[in-house]
Design a binder for this molecule. Structure first.
Ligand SMILES: *Cc1c(COP(=O)(O)O)cnc(C)c1O
Length: 401
């Protein structure tokens, strides 16, 4: 089909939920995607932090095709080998002892919220059910995770919100301490906020939050849906801080594009769940977990966290060099390959459209932040090809408006 036919069909039959760029991709390989007209693009967004191994990685393709030919689905009423193996691989490489699989980030976060409430209920504190989150956070689009998300723009048309969530400013320990009350059961936060344009928490803050949670008997939940799995140069975002959460969640990159989410917790907390307390039809099915196992073991075996750290630093350094000669760049921030470029003008949309035209996929946050979340396999050469093109786009856009 031709692009205009696809666009027409989409407009007629698909709900109008996305502002889409006028492109339709047909296939991908490594860092590259090709659209239906055969034009090649370098993917610096990875489906919003999803395609961590790039496209069509042989380990992932093999795992999915092999598993699909054997067994795609079987209910959680039975034991599932790949599920047990992926849970073990996550537990062996993180601070968690136990894992539960869902199908998305929002769903994993829903599980985290339920687990925190249940934990205190079973301990004899049914009045502890409130969750404190951070302003500018993003935790998903289900009703509870929407309430947890500290951004008015996601709330405003869906009131009344699910009650008993409140948010406080990031990196403000006093504000958090003041918000804690006898009903608080958990603090939930992203160690590095993604959807609001890459805003990291400070070491001091995260250590303070951990100490506060211990002192007040509150659970600490990290939403690692975006910052986990090597994105920031370490396997998990929390590893930058020398602090362990009681619960953390994963999704996006975990199966490299196959839908999966994971709720991970310390034994003492996870044991609140008993048969019947939580569940999922698709969650943790043989295919999703085979895909997840292939991705996580490839990240570990191919040392992609190290590559993320090295290439992230190289990309940030290169962008900071551009900044010196380019007044359109206000600030470059990020960790590893989770990078936000804040512009001095609301030109993000125009810059991003030009990048697309020139064959580079990036993302935007609001009007003035460009976001890069490339596959963890990115090389110096990919970065060296992007930087001069990006520089000339910025130079041209800087002259406008
Ligand atoms: C993307 C994201 C989610 C939601 O994940 P879905 O799979 O879209 O439900 C939750 N938290 C964070 C930090 C995210 O970046």
């Amino acid at each position: 089909m031709r692009l205009n036919e696809i666009v027409e069909m989409d407009r007629k039959y698909y709900m109008n939920t996305f502002n889409r760029a006028p492109v339709c991709f047909e296939r991908g390989e490594g860092m590259y995607l090709w659209d239906i007209d055969g034009k090649r693009y370098t993917d610096l967004l990875a489906g919003i932090a999803v395609s961590v191994l790039g496209h069509s990685h042989s380990a992932l393709v093999h795992a999915i095709t092999d598993q699909a030919s054997k067994l795609i689905h079987c209910s959680n009423l039975y034991y599932i080998e790949s599920q047990a193996k992926l849970a073990r691989l996550i537990a062996e490489n993180s601070c968690a002892d136990k894992v539960f699989f869902a199908n998305s980030g929002a769903e994993a976060n829903e599980g985290a919220i339920k687990l925190a409430r249940l934990y205190f209920r079973k301990k004899g504190y049914p009045e502890k059910y409130e969750i404190i989150t951070l302003e500018k956070s993003f935790h998903g689009r289900t009703l509870a995770t929407l309430a947890a998300t500290g951004q008015e723009k996601y709330h405003k048309d869906y009131c009344p919100l699910t009650p008993k969530f409140l948010s406080v400013p990031i990196n403000d320990l006093d504000a958090l301490e003041k918000a804690i009350n006898p009903h608080t059961c958990a603090v939930m936060l992203e160690p590095i906020q993604g959807e609001s344009g890459v805003n990291p928490t400070t070491h001091e803050y995260i250590r303070g939050v951990r100490e506060l949670c211990d002192r007040k008997d509150i659970l600490l939940i990290f939403d690692e849906v975006q910052c986990g799995l090597g994105r920031t140069g370490k396997l998990f975002g929390y590893q930058h801080y020398g602090v362990e959460p009681d619960i953390f969640t994963l999704a996006k990159g975990l199966a490299g594009g196959f839908p999966i989410g994971a709720l991970c917790a310390k034994d003492s907390v996870a044991s609140a769940f008993e048969p019947g307390d939580h569940g999922s039809t698709f969650g943790g099915n043989p295919l999703a977990c085979r895909a997840g196992y292939a991705v996580l073991s490839t990240i570990l075996n191919e040392k992609l966290c190290e590559n993320s750290e090295r290439m992230g630093q190289y990309l940030v350094d290169s962008l900071n060099r551009l900044k010196k000669e380019n007044p359109l760049i206000k600030e470059v921030r990020g960790k590893g390959l989770m990078i936000g470029i804040e512009l001095t003008k609301p030109a993000a949309k125009a810059v991003n459209a030009k990048c697309l035209e020139q064959g580079f996929l990036a993302g935007i946050v609001g009007d003035s932040i460009i976001r890069l979340l490339p596959p963890l396999i990115i090389t110096k050469q990919d970065i060296d090809e992007f930087i001069p093109v990006f520089g000339s786009i910025l130079a041209r856009e800087g002259l406008h408006s």
